[in-house]
Write a protein that binds this ligand. Sequence first.
Ligand code: 6PG
Length: 255
Amino acid sequence: MTVSMEIVVKEDAVAVAREAAERVVTAHREAIAARGRFTFVLSGGSTPEALYRLLASPDYAPRIDWPRTEVFFGDERCVPPEHEWNCYGMARRALLDHVPLHSDAIHRIPAEHGPAGAADEYALTLARVLHLDQGQWPRFDLLLLGMGDDGHTASLFPGMAALDERVAWVVGTEVPPYVRPQVSRVTLTLPVLNNARAVLFLVTGQAKAERMRQVLTGASGKMAADGGELLPAARVRPHEGTLTWLLDEAAHSPV
Ligand code: 6PG
């Protein structure tokens, strides 16, 4: 069961980014003290960009032991790394190019190889970098997630098969017709998200308030084929980890 779940509401997106940066510093310090390195999964989308820029700033960059940090991605769009839609590309411009991370400690998803091929490649990368034996699952120290206004997270979308994957660590997926950008994705699967030591959701903006209310109260009323909650973000509950929803006031309608 989830070790702890907390909802933290900050006045605006700037305060959310600053609170998130403090939590990254804390998580990284605990990971390095316990295991000698910090495995950090970045999210795509627009929300985390402010956090990434903050982590690269003089206020935060010196507080992180970058040479002992390994960076991964929760999902990726199937476009080249330099494409404007590429999650790694955004993180590189906002953070990765500005901190002393070893280049071989940045593990982007090679999604330009197509959804299935990239998923297989990334699973091999995870096994190698995380030193996983047969039967072990990836377990990240801190996993950042966002939430779309349809309740998706990473590239796990309502009604798509990827949400029900229970064997593979990484899968390719198409996206529902309403999603933009309309491009295939590669995503970590729900069991990997739920195996993290800590999951930190960053959700801001009034447009997500109703969906946030549904996720936090289970009030979507819609069930997936397996009887589980339809909204992917509502299914993220690390079974031996902490879950934190970090929201701004606009995204948090009192439940
Ligand atoms: C992506 C992300 C996705 C994102 C949500 C929220 O590849 O886009 O992984 O899950 O976190 O869509 O995106 P915003 O932060 O732009 O609202």
